[in-house]
Design a protein around this ligand. Sequence first.
Ligand SMILES: *Cc1c(COP(=O)(O)O)cnc(C)c1O
Length: 266
Amino acid sequence: MPDPSTPQTLHENHGRYPQARTVADFRHNLAMVQTRIKSACHRVGRDPATVRLLPVSKTKPEECLRLAYTAGCRIFGENKVQEAQRKADALDDLADLRWSVIGHLQTNKARHVARFAHEFQALDSLRLAAALDRRLQTEGRSLDVFVQVNTSGEASKYGLSPSEVPAFLQALPAFSALQVRGLMTLARFSSNAEQVRPCFVMLRNLRDQLRQVAPNGIGLDELSMGMSGDFEMAIEEGATVVRVGQAIFGARATPDNYYWPDGAPA
Ligand SMILES: *Cc1c(COP(=O)(O)O)cnc(C)c1O
C-alpha cells in the first residue's frame, strides 16, 4: 500500500486509498489532507486558511458520513442530486450539516437542489439558473453557486467553454436568489502535469480577467479546482476550494466515468 500522505505523481493513489471505517480513520485522513494542503500553500507562499476543504461523500453510505461528521466535517459534496437528497433526509438530525451539489444538474431537477442544498458548483446554463432561481424564490432560500468551466477542452466534459463565460456572467444578476461565488472546473484526468496544470492556470486567468468586468454583485473570489489526485497543483495555481473524496473516505467502487464522461478508468 503506498503512503497516501506523499503522492509522488498526480493521481498516483487513485482507486487505492484505504476505506475509512472509524472516526479515528476519518480524523487521520482529514489531518493528512490538511497537511498536504498546508505544504502546497507553503510552497507558493499562501495562507492555508484561504483554502477550503470540501469533503466529497458520493457513493459512501450514511454511516460513513456520520463518522466523518463526528470527525469534524460540516459540509459534504455530492455529485448526484438524488443521492444528495436521500442522504440529506437521512442525516436531517445533524442540524449544522450543509450540502454542496458538485455535479451536472438537469433543469427538471432544479427544485430538489433548491430545497436542501447550500451550494451548487456546476451552474452551466441560463435555463438552469432561471429554474433554480424560480424554485429558490418559492422556497424563500438563496444558494451559493459556482459557474462550471470546461478547461480541458474535452468535448464530453460538462461546463461552459471559457469564451462563453463573460456573457453568461452578465446575465446572472437577473437571478437574485443565486449568490455567485466563483468558478469551478475539473482538470483533465492525467498523471502528466503538463496536461493538468494548464487547466488550473486557465481557470485562474479567466477569473482574473473577468473580475475587471463582472457585474455588481457577481462574486469571483472563489476558484473550486483540485481533487484527491491533483489538489496540491490546484492550490499552487490559486484554488480556494478543493473537492476531496477518496483521500478522506477511501476509494470508490463506482468508476469515475459514471460521474463525468471520460473520467478515470475503473
Ligand atoms: C468525485 C468528485 C470529486 C472528488 O474526487 P476524488 O478523486 O474522490 O477526490 C471532485 N469533483 C467532482 C465534481 C466529483 O464528482
